[in-house]
Write a protein that binds this ligand. Structure first.
Ligand SMILES: Nc1nc2c(ncn2[C@@H]2O[C@H](COP(=O)(O)OP(=O)(O)OP(=O)(O)O)[C@@H](O)[C@H]2O)c(=O)[nH]1
Length: 477
């Protein structure tokens, strides 16, 4: 890593802008999110990181000075939170609603930050932000200590397979930079974290996002803290665990590009592994085999492409492939699952109930599914589980669902793309919840339905548009 940086420094001296661009491409990328309760200082922390890493342009800074006068509640000179609170509604209410993404870079690494809302009602935005991140900063207000949202966001982060948490105890300036308060919060969190997965790395940093203590530079006010600043931790986190190139190749087809009669390509993003020209592959569910003829990108053809790369594949043979099909290496052994046990974060005011049917979408494939059993709900405070009949808004639980047709899926901790799904309401098309596959099941009784897809669609349409006809739902047992 250091050698690359040294090389690049040398190149910038010698080569100007081209070398600089090359240097940017060579840097590692860390995606992280900030989460925690309302007003813990998430947006201020991001503003501070951007400011102290000199990632605010002069025109942005002067706009920020003006906006600070207009929107700031506490009368601070520069309200750094306004840099990321982009929506007018966010500024007026002083809270984050949407997920705001920001990019910055240091000499060592590139970063994409997701600023997610602290409010309970925006849990879905937090889940969205966390789903693509490798690290989470859990903000804690030093005056309040560990609260419900601290536990909730920590648990959701680990559920989404984030293995590195930084617990940033903020607003230390408001408690006189007191070591004992910091230490007690740290002990409380360690006690809570005993119930989280045991392979999670946790760092604790006392900070003041507003004053800039221990963010980019060491605080003069907390000489008792001798460990790394927040930025140092972000820069030095080991990213090897996050690369998914060692896993078996998965390429879900997102779009069939029939540009002209001579070109038929399958566009998508490599979900895991490496795909190469000449490779023998099979297409699921049909199991038809072919070879990769070309890997097409906007910048020209590639010989191979690895996890995360957006590409269009051209095969040697003319095969009927549709959106949602999965291309895998010929030697891959993957059994079709008829059902799965799934961790669910429910995001709808209409509760999830046993026997309900929803569309689910996994890696571009949309099919009907049926809730067989709600195994349990999780108590966020104690992380204990208990039996429920339904999952209400923002609750987290474990459920078994059956698929309308066999599905080629993975466990979420092995593949985030082919191991995650969303639940979609059959009538309104609204997203109802998010799911992470815990255990695909291959040997369960088939979910058979005596009605054809056409009959089911017709039934759904009639029930949606003519509710006064009181037609029964064919999918409800
Ligand atoms: N004194 C002090 N105030 C802070 C600190 N960090 C943030 N604040 C203030 O706390 C308030 C909330 O900060 P935000 O950054 O908007 O908090 P948030 O967590 O993004 O809030 P939501 O977007 O509603 O979830 C603002 O008035 C900040 O100026 C800090 O370290 N010290």
């Amino acid at each position: 890593m250091n050698t690359v940086i040294e090389d690049v420094k040398q190149m910038i001296k010698q080569g100007g802008i081209k070398a600089w661009l090359f240097a940017q491409q060579k840097k590692d990328l860390l995606r992280f999110l900030t989460c925690g309760s309302v007003d813990d200082g998430k947006s201020t922390l991001i503003g501070r990181l951007l400011h102290d890493c000199c990632y605010i342009y002069e025109d942005q800074l002067s706009l920020l000075h003006n906006d600070s006068k207009r929107y700031s509640i506490q009368g601070e000179k520069l309200n750094l939170a306004l840099l990321v609170d982009g929506l007018q509604a966010e500024r007026e209410q002083g809270i984050t609603i949407d997920v705001a993404y920001r990019y910055f870079t240091t000499e060592k690494r590139k970063f994409i930050i997701a600023d997610t809302p602290g409010h309970d009602q925006y849990t879905r935005n937090m889940v969205t932000g966390a789903s693509t991140c490798q690290l989470a900063i859990i903000l804690v207000d030093a005056r309040k200590g560990i609260v419900f949202q601290t536990r909730r966001h920590s648990f959701i982060s680990t559920l989404l397979n984030i293995k590195h948490l930084i617990v940033a105890i903020n607003k230390m300036d408001l408690i006189g930079y007191d070591f004992n308060i910091f230490d007690n919060i740290k002990k409380d969190y360690i006690e809570f974290a005993k119930n989280l997965a045991n392979d999670i790395k946790i760092n604790f940093v006392p900070i003041s996002a507003l004053r800039g203590d221990n963010i980019v530079s060491k605080s003069q006010k907390m000489s008792w803290y001798t460990e790394s600043t927040l930025l140092e931790i972000l820069e030095n986190t080991n990213l090897d665990n996050f690369r998914n190139n060692n896993h078996s190749m998965r390429f879900p087809v997102q779009y069939v590009n029939h540009f002209n009669t001579n070109f038929r390509g399958y566009a998508g993003t490599v979900a895991s592994g490496i795909i190469s020209v000449g490779q023998r592959v099979k297409i699921l569910p049909s199991c038809i085999e072919s070879n990769i003829k070309r890997i097409v990108t906007f910048n020209g053809d590639l010989k191979s492409a690895s996890t995360g790369k957006s590409i269009t594949l051209v095969l040697v043979d003319e095969i009927d492939i549709s959106r949602g099909d999965l291309i895998v290496d010929i030697n891959t052994v993957i059994k079709p699952a008829q059902s799965a046990v799934i961790n669910v974060v429910w995001m709808s005011e209409q509760p999830m109930k046993s026997n309900n049917s929803y569309y689910i979408k996994i890696a571009g494939k949309k099919i009907l599914s049926h809730v067989e059993d709600i195994i349990h709900q999780i108590n966020i405070n104690s992380l204990e589980t208990y039996k429920v009949n339904e999952l209400s808004l923002n609750s987290i639980g474990l459920v078994t669902i059956n698929f309308e047709e066999p599905m080629f899926i993975d466990k979420y901790n092995q593949n985030k793309i082919t191991g995650s799904l969303i639940f979609i309401d059959r009538f309104s098309n609204a997203t109802m919840g998010a799911g992470m596959i815990n255990e695909p099941k291959f040997d369960l009784k088939n979910y058979t339905n005596k009605y054809s897809n056409f009959e089911l669609e017709l039934n759904a349409l009639v029930r949606n548009y003519f509710p006064h006809w009181n037609v029964n739902d064919l999918l409800t047992k």
